[in-house]
Write a protein that binds this ligand. Structure first.
Ligand SMILES: C[S@@+](CC[C@H](N)C(=O)[O-])C[C@H]1O[C@@H](n2cnc3c(N)ncnc32)[C@H](O)[C@@H]1O
Length: 380
């Protein structure tokens, strides 16, 4: 015992420091979310110059529906955390960090996204596990998940929840659109193999399954001018094709590439709608990681049934791939999507599911910097 004390004491101190840092991080994210919601960062003077600080009372007066004493307590934390500056007692000013949380900035959107899709559901994990019979077990059925519990929709999958929560849907779609640029296939995947096959018949060429506003398909068509848009389609749920009424729907996005068909339907329904049967490419970008394994196999099985009998169809799964040894962030994303029944997968994990649906992995193309990759499947 005596021998162990010198080493165990520092360990306990380190463990407590670590636990304390988790606590402080949670307080920080709570305050950031509240300040973003109330636009507090927007009300600070623009300049970095210390003379541009204002008193907490002045700041509180600029923020609608704000209690000065509460603002002060929260601002004290952000000053202690180095997110706000306080050039003299009672005064606050922007720092480069706080500017990132002004309205419209990507980090501000990220905090709101993390709050809604991680913190809220995590607070329901105990209830969720209780409902799983007291088991520590991730959702196996997309319609029963912690996000559903957190939002009062315990029987809906992610897209059903978003349907019922338009404000949440706007935030989700904005986050998706904000990050769409990094998933460009240009220079990553070569569609050249299709050239010789296009003339053999006039069947569908590319179907963007879960293509939402059609942005990915439009990008592919721009980079591959030999592909006729009239032989391409977006297959998605009706509400996704319509958009949220602010010009974000597929009809608006694909207007510049006339002829692209917008097909309303579900990737889980077999057979898939007739216009998307027999395509050369079924492209699924950021779709399958939102679902548990069983649903992924169901969707791939429906797609397999729609593939051309001559073996020329390919499926492109475009996702951020799981790299347990590469980064903590990559694994954190897996836990994030678990909240709504999703799962981040490695290429091998996709291979195992593809095998159950009648496909095999033909190629994996990866961009190490972003974790984003393309898993190409062919029929067996
Ligand atoms: C995260 S978004 C990705 C959108 C787009 N592929 C992208 O990368 O920007 C997932 C898409 O899958 C669609 N989706 C969800 N369930 C679906 C289903 N059962 N059948 C077809 N699409 C579905 C959603 O409507 C949504 O548009």
């Amino acid at each position: 015992m005596t021998d162990q004390q010198p080493s165990s004491r520092p360990n306990l101190r380190q463990a407590l420091e670590l636990a304390g840092s988790h606590f402080v991080n949670l307080v920080e994210i709570g305050i950031l979310k509240a300040f973003i919601d109330f636009g507090v960062f927007d009300k600070l003077p623009e300049s970095d110059d210390e003379s541009s600080s204002i008193t907490v009372a002045e700041l509180a007066a600029r923020v609608p529906n704000c209690d000065e004493a509460t603002l002060e307590r929260m601002a004290n934390f952000l000053v202690a955390a180095g997110i706000l500056a306080s050039p003299s007692p009672g005064r606050v000013a922007h720092t480069p960090s706080s500017r990132a949380y002004c309205t419209g900035q990507v980090p501000a959107g990220f905090i709101v996204h993390v709050y809604n899709f991680l913190l809220r559901p995590v607070a329901c994990w105990s209830t969720f596990f209780e409902r799983q019979g007291g088991r520590l077990a991730a959702p196996v059925d997309s319609h029963h998940n912690p996000l559903g519990l957190a939002t009062g929709h315990p029987d809906r999958d992610l897209y059903g929840i978003l349907d019922a929560e338009p404000e949440l849907a706007k935030l989700f779609n904005a986050a998706m659109q904000g990050s769409a640029g990094i998933y460009s296939l240009d220079g990553v995947y070569d569609f050249g193999w299709m050239r010789d096959l296009l003339g053999l018949d006039d069947g569908p060429v590319i179907v963007d399954v879960g293509g939402s506003s059609g942005g990915a398909l439009v990008d592919i068509l721009r980079a591959n001018a030999f592909v006729p848009p009239v032989r391409c389609a977006v297959l998605d749920l009706p509400q996704a094709l319509e958009g949220d009424g602010t010009g974000t729907g597929a009809a608006a996005t694909t207007a510049g590439t006339p002829g692209v068909q917008l097909v309303s339907g579900s990737m889980f329904a077999s057979p898939l709608p007739a216009p998307v049967g027999g395509a050369l490419v079924y492209h699924l970008r950021r779709v399958l990681n939102d679902f548990p394994d069983g649903a992924v196999v169901q969707a791939l099985t429906a797609i397999r049934a729609a593939c051309r009998p001559d073996g020329t169809s390919r499926v492109l799964i475009v996702e951020e791939l799981l790299h347990p040894n590469r980064s903590k962030f990559s694994v954190a994303q897996d836990i994030f999507v678990m909240n709504f029944g999703g799962k981040r997968r490695s290429a091998d994990m996709f291979g195992a599911l593809a095998d159950r649906a009648g496909f095999r992995v033909n190629a994996v193309l990866e961009d190490e910097a972003t974790d984003f990759g393309v898993v190409e499947l062919v029929t067996v």
